[in-house]
Design a protein. Sequence first.
Length: 312
Amino acid sequence: MTANLARRELARVAPGRPSAVTIGVFDGVHRGHQHLVTQLVTQAQDEGLATLAVTFNPHPRTVLSPGSAVTYLTSLEERVELLQGLGLDAVAVLSFTSQLSQISPEDFLVLLIDELKMKLLVVGPDFALGRNRAGTVEVAKEIGARRGFRVGVASLLEEGNVKVGSSAVREALYAGNVDLVSRLLGRPFSLRGPVVAGDKRGRELGFPTANIGVGLDHALPDYGIYVTRAYVRESTYQACTSIGVRPTFEESARPVVETYILDFDEDIYGQEIRIDLLHRVRGEEKFQSADDLIERMHRDISETREYFRVHG
């Protein structure tokens, strides 16, 4: 049954001609992933092969370690969009189940041969797949020699002697270092979702904000105030965003993402917006009074304007 489900999911995107494939979770689609896909596309073009990425949903850790909390740097939709934007012909999303986790490396790779006509597999140096992660690079090469595909290994990409990977992105994000996150991702870290009703506290303070309904499983930076760029419909705006639990008032049960869009006064409830996090202004603080908070918010917005004045 597991093989049948995977076959159907692969068949939906099969190019109908020999292909080059890469495999991974690709959460964040950071510069390391981009580096891998670029090498795949380059080699495939030289050989006239179609290009595909095979990814998994949900994250394998949720199945292999039940109960473990997993947060995503990008939603599945964003992940697929970003991968497609790298020039791939298709992205295959496979449902990761406990049954799929038990498939042998060879059986999985044979699925790719059967459904995608795989002739080239390009992976990173720490690649492993299949039951107990037994499908290492060397194992894949041995299988390929018998089954008729080659294995290419992309070089490791580093930033300051640190591997550019999801762990490095998360570490920087949780520290609030969104400048480093942007360098690791090759783009600003973003959050998107519908504008949802809040308690209108910002409007009462003179700063009407758009509360963004971000998924519970989406990774967030360290709580604080951030310079952001907001995308509303087809327009782009300067914005100042608070992410946290609002300790000055009654703390919220879950983190709230509130964006104050500069020089903007439109009703956008229910509309989806995206924000790019560009720079951290400060950490979240608890103020003694609303007046103290308002004074600090004026300074936050001044710093936001100054950031855009300097950086454009």
